[in-house]
Write a protein that binds this ligand. Structure first.
Ligand SMILES: C[S@@+](CC[C@H](N)C(=O)[O-])C[C@H]1O[C@@H](n2cnc3c(N)ncnc32)[C@H](O)[C@@H]1O
Length: 299
Protein backbone atom coordinates (compact mmCIF):
# COMPACT_ATOMS: atom_id res chain seq x y z
CA UNK A 1 0.00 0.00 0.00
CA UNK A 2 1.15 3.55 -0.76
CA UNK A 3 2.52 5.60 2.10
CA UNK A 4 0.18 8.42 3.00
CA UNK A 5 1.79 11.78 3.78
CA UNK A 6 1.23 13.03 7.35
CA UNK A 7 2.68 16.45 8.01
CA UNK A 8 1.08 16.96 11.46
CA UNK A 9 1.91 14.41 14.17
CA UNK A 10 -1.15 14.98 16.36
CA UNK A 11 -2.21 13.27 19.56
CA UNK A 12 -5.38 11.32 18.80
CA UNK A 13 -4.65 11.14 15.08
CA UNK A 14 -6.61 8.42 13.28
CA UNK A 15 -3.64 7.68 11.05
CA UNK A 16 -3.33 4.04 12.17
CA UNK A 17 -7.06 3.36 12.25
CA UNK A 18 -7.80 5.06 8.92
CA UNK A 19 -7.62 1.85 6.81
CA UNK A 20 -10.05 0.09 9.16
CA UNK A 21 -12.51 2.97 9.18
CA UNK A 22 -12.19 3.26 5.39
CA UNK A 23 -13.05 -0.43 5.03
CA UNK A 24 -16.57 0.11 6.42
CA UNK A 25 -17.61 3.42 4.90
CA UNK A 26 -19.10 3.99 1.46
CA UNK A 27 -17.07 5.00 -1.60
CA UNK A 28 -19.65 6.98 -3.59
CA UNK A 29 -19.10 10.20 -1.69
CA UNK A 30 -19.48 13.69 -3.10
CA UNK A 31 -18.16 15.87 -0.24
CA UNK A 32 -16.25 14.18 2.57
CA UNK A 33 -16.52 16.36 5.70
CA UNK A 34 -14.07 16.07 8.56
CA UNK A 35 -15.28 18.73 11.03
CA UNK A 36 -13.01 17.62 13.93
CA UNK A 37 -10.05 17.44 11.58
CA UNK A 38 -6.87 17.95 13.67
CA UNK A 39 -4.30 16.22 11.47
CA UNK A 40 -7.10 15.16 9.08
CA UNK A 41 -5.90 11.56 8.86
CA UNK A 42 -9.18 10.29 7.40
CA UNK A 43 -9.31 13.01 4.75
CA UNK A 44 -5.77 12.16 3.65
CA UNK A 45 -6.64 8.47 3.46
CA UNK A 46 -9.84 9.12 1.50
CA UNK A 47 -8.06 11.49 -0.89
CA UNK A 48 -5.26 9.01 -1.51
CA UNK A 49 -7.87 6.38 -2.39
CA UNK A 50 -9.99 8.77 -4.46
CA UNK A 51 -12.96 7.81 -2.33
CA UNK A 52 -14.64 11.23 -2.50
CA UNK A 53 -14.88 14.01 -5.06
CA UNK A 54 -14.17 16.89 -2.70
CA UNK A 55 -13.27 17.50 0.94
CA UNK A 56 -14.13 19.86 3.79
CA UNK A 57 -11.55 20.17 6.57
CA UNK A 58 -12.93 21.92 9.65
CA UNK A 59 -11.80 22.47 13.23
CA UNK A 60 -12.64 24.80 16.09
CA UNK A 61 -8.93 25.52 16.57
CA UNK A 62 -8.24 28.36 14.07
CA UNK A 63 -4.45 27.93 13.87
CA UNK A 64 -4.64 24.32 12.76
CA UNK A 65 -6.94 25.28 9.89
CA UNK A 66 -4.63 28.15 8.90
CA UNK A 67 -1.76 25.68 8.98
CA UNK A 68 -3.70 23.30 6.71
CA UNK A 69 -4.53 26.11 4.34
CA UNK A 70 -0.88 27.05 3.98
CA UNK A 71 0.32 23.48 3.64
CA UNK A 72 -2.10 22.77 0.84
CA UNK A 73 -2.08 26.10 -1.00
CA UNK A 74 1.39 27.56 -0.28
CA UNK A 75 3.53 24.51 0.49
CA UNK A 76 6.88 26.09 -0.44
CA UNK A 77 6.37 28.97 1.92
CA UNK A 78 5.50 26.87 4.96
CA UNK A 79 8.27 24.37 4.19
CA UNK A 80 10.80 27.20 4.17
CA UNK A 81 9.46 28.73 7.38
CA UNK A 82 9.43 25.39 9.19
CA UNK A 83 12.94 24.66 8.01
CA UNK A 84 14.23 28.04 9.28
CA UNK A 85 12.68 27.44 12.71
CA UNK A 86 14.04 23.88 12.87
CA UNK A 87 17.54 24.99 11.89
CA UNK A 88 17.51 27.77 14.48
CA UNK A 89 17.68 25.16 17.27
CA UNK A 90 20.77 25.96 19.31
CA UNK A 91 20.97 22.85 21.47
CA UNK A 92 19.29 24.49 24.45
CA UNK A 93 16.22 22.38 24.31
CA UNK A 94 13.64 24.04 26.53
CA UNK A 95 14.90 27.56 25.98
CA UNK A 96 14.55 27.39 22.21
CA UNK A 97 11.20 25.63 22.37
CA UNK A 98 9.91 28.27 24.77
CA UNK A 99 11.08 31.06 22.47
CA UNK A 100 9.13 29.54 19.59
CA UNK A 101 6.16 29.05 21.90
CA UNK A 102 6.27 32.78 22.79
CA UNK A 103 6.53 33.61 19.10
CA UNK A 104 3.48 31.46 18.36
CA UNK A 105 1.47 32.92 21.25
CA UNK A 106 2.20 36.42 19.97
CA UNK A 107 1.84 35.92 16.22
CA UNK A 108 -0.13 32.66 15.75
CA UNK A 109 2.30 31.80 12.93
CA UNK A 110 1.28 28.43 11.43
CA UNK A 111 4.92 27.34 10.98
CA UNK A 112 5.62 27.97 14.68
CA UNK A 113 2.59 25.85 15.60
CA UNK A 114 3.82 23.04 13.37
CA UNK A 115 7.21 23.10 15.10
CA UNK A 116 5.57 23.09 18.55
CA UNK A 117 3.27 20.18 17.72
CA UNK A 118 6.23 18.15 16.46
CA UNK A 119 8.34 18.83 19.53
CA UNK A 120 5.94 18.99 22.46
CA UNK A 121 5.09 16.32 25.03
CA UNK A 122 2.95 13.55 23.47
CA UNK A 123 2.40 15.78 20.40
CA UNK A 124 -0.52 17.10 22.43
CA UNK A 125 -1.54 20.71 22.00
CA UNK A 126 -2.64 22.28 25.31
CA UNK A 127 -3.87 25.79 26.02
CA UNK A 128 -4.62 27.86 29.11
CA UNK A 129 -7.86 29.77 29.65
CA UNK A 130 -6.44 32.75 27.75
CA UNK A 131 -5.82 30.61 24.71
CA UNK A 132 -2.02 30.52 25.12
CA UNK A 133 -0.20 27.38 24.05
CA UNK A 134 1.19 25.92 27.28
CA UNK A 135 2.48 22.44 26.50
CA UNK A 136 6.20 21.90 27.18
CA UNK A 137 9.02 20.48 25.13
CA UNK A 138 9.66 16.77 25.08
CA UNK A 139 13.38 16.23 25.55
CA UNK A 140 13.36 13.12 23.36
CA UNK A 141 11.62 14.69 20.39
CA UNK A 142 13.74 16.50 17.86
CA UNK A 143 10.81 17.23 15.61
CA UNK A 144 10.40 16.05 12.05
CA UNK A 145 13.46 16.92 9.95
CA UNK A 146 12.90 19.63 7.32
CA UNK A 147 13.43 17.06 4.54
CA UNK A 148 10.84 14.68 5.90
CA UNK A 149 8.46 17.54 6.59
CA UNK A 150 8.89 18.91 3.07
CA UNK A 151 8.02 15.52 1.57
CA UNK A 152 4.94 15.18 3.81
CA UNK A 153 3.68 18.70 3.06
CA UNK A 154 4.25 18.35 -0.68
CA UNK A 155 2.45 15.00 -0.65
CA UNK A 156 -0.54 16.36 1.28
CA UNK A 157 -0.73 19.40 -0.98
CA UNK A 158 -0.71 17.22 -4.09
CA UNK A 159 -3.53 15.10 -2.69
CA UNK A 160 -5.79 17.97 -1.68
CA UNK A 161 -5.04 21.09 -3.73
CA UNK A 162 -8.04 22.25 -5.74
CA UNK A 163 -10.48 19.87 -4.07
CA UNK A 164 -10.66 20.97 -0.46
CA UNK A 165 -12.34 23.72 1.49
CA UNK A 166 -11.15 24.89 4.92
CA UNK A 167 -13.52 25.98 7.66
CA UNK A 168 -12.95 27.29 11.16
CA UNK A 169 -15.68 26.74 13.73
CA UNK A 170 -17.90 24.43 15.68
CA UNK A 171 -18.60 21.13 13.91
CA UNK A 172 -22.31 21.76 13.60
CA UNK A 173 -21.69 25.01 11.73
CA UNK A 174 -18.92 23.70 9.51
CA UNK A 175 -20.99 20.69 8.42
CA UNK A 176 -24.34 22.47 8.24
CA UNK A 177 -24.55 22.40 4.43
CA UNK A 178 -23.88 18.63 4.11
CA UNK A 179 -26.45 16.78 2.01
CA UNK A 180 -27.28 13.14 1.39
CA UNK A 181 -24.60 12.37 -1.27
CA UNK A 182 -22.02 13.60 1.26
CA UNK A 183 -20.39 11.89 4.20
CA UNK A 184 -19.38 13.27 7.61
CA UNK A 185 -16.64 11.64 9.67
CA UNK A 186 -16.49 12.85 13.26
CA UNK A 187 -13.77 12.37 15.83
CA UNK A 188 -14.60 14.66 18.74
CA UNK A 189 -12.30 14.90 21.77
CA UNK A 190 -13.18 12.24 24.33
CA UNK A 191 -15.73 13.63 26.72
CA UNK A 192 -14.26 13.72 30.16
CA UNK A 193 -10.77 14.56 28.97
CA UNK A 194 -11.81 18.04 27.87
CA UNK A 195 -14.10 19.03 30.68
CA UNK A 196 -12.91 20.32 34.04
CA UNK A 197 -15.16 21.42 36.89
CA UNK A 198 -18.77 20.25 37.18
CA UNK A 199 -17.78 17.36 34.98
CA UNK A 200 -21.08 15.48 34.96
CA UNK A 201 -23.13 18.55 34.10
CA UNK A 202 -20.83 19.65 31.27
CA UNK A 203 -20.52 16.12 30.01
CA UNK A 204 -24.30 15.88 29.72
CA UNK A 205 -24.41 19.17 27.84
CA UNK A 206 -21.77 17.92 25.42
CA UNK A 207 -23.59 14.62 24.90
CA UNK A 208 -26.89 16.48 24.32
CA UNK A 209 -25.25 18.76 21.78
CA UNK A 210 -23.65 15.82 19.97
CA UNK A 211 -26.94 13.91 19.92
CA UNK A 212 -28.91 16.87 18.53
CA UNK A 213 -26.32 17.26 15.73
CA UNK A 214 -26.58 13.56 14.88
CA UNK A 215 -30.38 13.76 14.88
CA UNK A 216 -30.26 16.57 12.36
CA UNK A 217 -27.98 14.46 10.12
CA UNK A 218 -30.51 11.61 10.37
CA UNK A 219 -33.33 13.95 9.38
CA UNK A 220 -31.43 14.95 6.24
CA UNK A 221 -30.44 11.33 5.53
CA UNK A 222 -26.75 12.19 5.74
CA UNK A 223 -24.37 9.28 6.07
CA UNK A 224 -21.88 9.58 8.87
CA UNK A 225 -19.39 7.75 11.07
CA UNK A 226 -18.44 8.72 14.58
CA UNK A 227 -15.38 7.70 16.57
CA UNK A 228 -16.61 8.18 20.08
CA UNK A 229 -15.90 5.93 23.01
CA UNK A 230 -13.89 2.86 23.82
CA UNK A 231 -11.96 1.10 26.51
CA UNK A 232 -8.41 0.42 27.61
CA UNK A 233 -8.17 -2.73 29.71
CA UNK A 234 -11.21 -2.51 31.98
CA UNK A 235 -11.48 1.25 31.85
CA UNK A 236 -14.29 2.56 29.69
CA UNK A 237 -14.54 6.09 28.39
CA UNK A 238 -17.39 8.00 26.80
CA UNK A 239 -20.98 8.09 28.09
CA UNK A 240 -23.57 5.98 26.22
CA UNK A 241 -25.43 7.35 23.20
CA UNK A 242 -29.20 6.88 22.76
CA UNK A 243 -30.35 3.86 20.77
CA UNK A 244 -33.02 5.82 18.91
CA UNK A 245 -30.26 7.35 16.78
CA UNK A 246 -30.30 3.97 15.03
CA UNK A 247 -26.53 3.74 14.70
CA UNK A 248 -24.60 0.49 14.58
CA UNK A 249 -21.55 0.19 16.80
CA UNK A 250 -18.37 -1.51 15.65
CA UNK A 251 -15.41 -2.24 17.87
CA UNK A 252 -11.90 -1.76 16.57
CA UNK A 253 -9.03 -3.51 18.30
CA UNK A 254 -6.55 -0.68 18.25
CA UNK A 255 -3.63 -2.58 19.79
CA UNK A 256 -1.61 -2.05 22.94
CA UNK A 257 -2.20 1.17 24.85
CA UNK A 258 1.05 3.15 24.75
CA UNK A 259 0.16 4.85 28.02
CA UNK A 260 -0.28 1.51 29.77
CA UNK A 261 2.97 0.24 28.27
CA UNK A 262 4.76 3.30 29.66
CA UNK A 263 3.38 2.39 33.08
CA UNK A 264 4.70 -1.15 32.73
CA UNK A 265 1.29 -2.69 32.05
CA UNK A 266 -0.25 -4.47 29.10
CA UNK A 267 -3.69 -3.33 28.09
CA UNK A 268 -5.56 -3.56 24.82
CA UNK A 269 -7.28 -0.46 23.54
CA UNK A 270 -10.63 -0.93 21.86
CA UNK A 271 -12.17 2.02 20.05
CA UNK A 272 -15.73 2.14 18.92
CA UNK A 273 -16.94 3.44 15.60
CA UNK A 274 -20.62 4.25 15.09
CA UNK A 275 -22.16 4.10 11.64
CA UNK A 276 -25.33 5.99 10.77
CA UNK A 277 -28.53 4.00 10.23
CA UNK A 278 -28.45 4.54 6.45
CA UNK A 279 -25.15 2.65 6.05
CA UNK A 280 -25.19 -1.10 5.79
CA UNK A 281 -23.16 -2.33 8.74
CA UNK A 282 -20.62 -5.11 8.10
CA UNK A 283 -21.30 -8.63 9.35
CA UNK A 284 -18.20 -8.56 11.43
CA UNK A 285 -18.67 -5.98 14.17
CA UNK A 286 -15.26 -6.50 15.72
CA UNK A 287 -12.50 -5.20 13.48
CA UNK A 288 -8.80 -5.82 13.78
CA UNK A 289 -6.22 -3.26 12.86
CA UNK A 290 -4.02 -5.78 11.10
CA UNK A 291 -6.45 -7.98 9.25
CA UNK A 292 -9.04 -5.59 7.84
CA UNK A 293 -7.04 -4.23 4.94
CA UNK A 294 -7.58 -7.29 2.80
CA UNK A 295 -10.75 -8.65 4.37
CA UNK A 296 -14.09 -8.18 2.66
CA UNK A 297 -16.13 -6.73 5.47
CA UNK A 298 -19.47 -6.10 3.87
CA UNK A 299 -22.10 -8.82 3.89
C1 LIG B 1 -9.44 13.92 18.69
S1 LIG B 1 -8.99 15.34 17.74
C2 LIG B 1 -9.25 14.78 16.10
C3 LIG B 1 -8.07 14.06 15.56
C4 LIG B 1 -8.21 13.72 14.10
N1 LIG B 1 -9.17 12.66 13.85
C5 LIG B 1 -6.87 13.35 13.50
O1 LIG B 1 -6.79 12.38 12.73
O2 LIG B 1 -5.89 14.04 13.80
C6 LIG B 1 -10.32 16.42 18.01
C7 LIG B 1 -10.24 17.76 17.27
O3 LIG B 1 -11.50 18.41 17.42
C8 LIG B 1 -11.31 19.81 17.58
N2 LIG B 1 -12.53 20.28 18.26
C9 LIG B 1 -12.86 20.24 19.58
N3 LIG B 1 -14.12 20.67 19.78
C10 LIG B 1 -14.61 20.99 18.56
C11 LIG B 1 -15.87 21.49 18.10
N4 LIG B 1 -16.87 21.75 18.96
N5 LIG B 1 -16.06 21.67 16.78
C12 LIG B 1 -15.04 21.43 15.90
N6 LIG B 1 -13.82 20.96 16.28
C13 LIG B 1 -13.60 20.76 17.58
C14 LIG B 1 -10.02 19.93 18.35
O4 LIG B 1 -9.41 21.17 18.09
C15 LIG B 1 -9.20 18.74 17.78
O5 LIG B 1 -8.39 19.17 16.71
Amino acid sequence: MKKIPHPIPYQGSKRKLAPVIYSVIPRDIRFFYEPFAGSAAMTLFMAENNAAERFVIGDKFPSIIKLWEMMVNSPDQIIEQYSLIWQGFDGENHKYFNEIRDLYNETKEPAALLYLVCRCVKNAVRFNSKGKFTQSADKRRKGMSPEKMAAAIEGASKLLKGRVEFRIGDWKDTSRDAESPDFVYMDPPYLGTTIGKDKRYHEQLEVDSLVSGLESFNKKDIRFALSYDGMTGDKEYGPALPENLGMSRLLINAGQSSQATLNGLRAETVESLYLSENIKAPKNTRLNLKSTQQEELFP
